[in-house]
Design a protein around this ligand. Structure first.
Ligand code: NAP
Length: 336
């Protein structure tokens, strides 16, 4: 009997990796994207290969990188085209009530045809961020952050629950970030939305216990995806930056306007954020944790996943040191 997993935001980065990895483990994956009809498997392959490359800085300025090696397991690499072809994509904009209702109803019907039950696991992964000072981020962009990251997730959960509740089985995995423990400067809107996801998940987990629906949050560290490129595009209205010289272009163009009183601080923090991401672990790290959550008999509420340093930093900050120490440490960590 097929276990059907739905992954939102499966067209890129972590969601794409979940879709490929879970397919390689034998799950049937139904993925969503705002532009499913335009999805091109070659483009997805390119994103996946780039995200799973280990990069090394070429100079002291850390504005040039070279690929060192691929981090894709052989079993996946040799079957990548086949795995990608097995993933079925559906168009869904999580910010749009009608789009979510329509897509999730079609997905539930297709899942039932496949396994005689319906959707077994929902992985809420779609998300975005801007990079601006809290003062200069427009109210519209503040709202779009919550509309996508939190309310988008709530919409999809509301659409999937009636059938899961009826069947008294199912699992929901919501994507937050370690940035829910450490608020990231110039991404305060993002961290705020991700803290809300963590709290939302904790409440949902209690509400759904009597219906035998398992609910957890995954909290990734920095992961090397196109997240920052997409964030830069959203924050500058320029679309994606020059792909041929991605790192240099990004570093030379911090997203805050030059006229902003925050410009210098944004520039320094942006540099840390961009340089950290390019050498961060690949999305597969998070997909392996997600597979562990799906297989767990009694999944925990929160799963931190990614670099040891960042997981340790969140532990230190939230469990060990004083607020005064955090006040001293974080501006240093973010290069401010
Ligand atoms: N990368 C990291 O360091 C990191 C760390 C912690 C947590 N995360 C979280 O992990 C998740 C995935 O991030 P990523 O790094 O893989 O980023 P990404 O490469 O930018 O992918 C974002 C995905 O979200 C989808 N999406 C965005 N807006 C949407 C909307 N309105 N409706 C439906 N889908 C939408 C995009 O799909 P379309 O554009 O095709 O619609 C895309 O597939 C996010 O929730 C992010 O907050 C990332």
């Amino acid at each position: 009997m097929y276990k059907v997993v739905v992954v939102t935001g499966a067209s890129s980065g972590i969601g794409l990796s979940h879709a490929i990895y879970l397919t390689s483990l034998g799950y049937t994956v139904l993925g969503t994207s705002r532009k499913a009809e335009k999805i091109n498997l070659e483009a997805l392959k390119e994103i996946y290969l780039r995200d799973h490359t280990k990069w090394k800085f070429l100079n002291k300025k850390k504005n040039q990188v070279k690929p060192v090696k691929s981090k894709i397991p052989k079993k996946i690499k040799t079957n990548l085209d086949t795995l990608l072809r097995k993933i079925k994509f559906y168009s869904m904009d999580v910010t749009d009530d009608i789009s979510v209702k329509k897509a999730m109803s079609k997905i539930e019907t297709d899942a039932t045809k496949l396994n005689g039950r319906g959707i077994d696991v929902l992985i809420n992964n779609a998300g975005l961020s801007y990079f601006h000072s809290a003062e200069f981020l427009s109210m519209e962009d503040w709202k779009n952050t919550f509309e996508t990251n939190l309310f988008g997730m709530v919409r999809v959960v509301k659409a999937v629950l009636p059938k899961m509740r009826e069947r008294r089985s199912g699992q929901i995995i919501n994507t937050s970030t370690l940035g829910a423990f450490i608020s990231i400067p110039f991404q305060a809107h993002y961290s705020a939305s991700k803290v809300a996801i963590k709290t939302f998940t904790e409440g949902l987990r209690i509400e759904l216990k009597e219906f035998n629906i398992k609910v957890s949050t995954i909290l990734p560290s920095d992961i090397n995806t196109n997240f920052n490129i997409n964030m830069h595009g959203l924050s500058t209205d320029e679309g994606t930056t020059d792909k041929s010289n991605e790192l240099k272009t990004m570093l030379e163009n911090p997203p805050e306007p030059k006229s902003s009183p925050y410009y210098d601080a944004v520039k320094r923090t942006w540099k840390v954020i961009v340089q950290n991401l390019i050498v961060a672990p690949p999305p597969l790290t998070i997909s392996k944790t997600v597979a562990k959550i799906i297989k767990a008999k009694k999944p925990k509420v929160n799963y931190k996943s990614g670099t040891f340093e960042q997981k340790f930093l969140t532990f230190l900050i939230r469990r060990v040191v004083t607020d005064e120490f955090v006040d001293w440490l974080l501006p240093k960590y973010f290069g401010m």
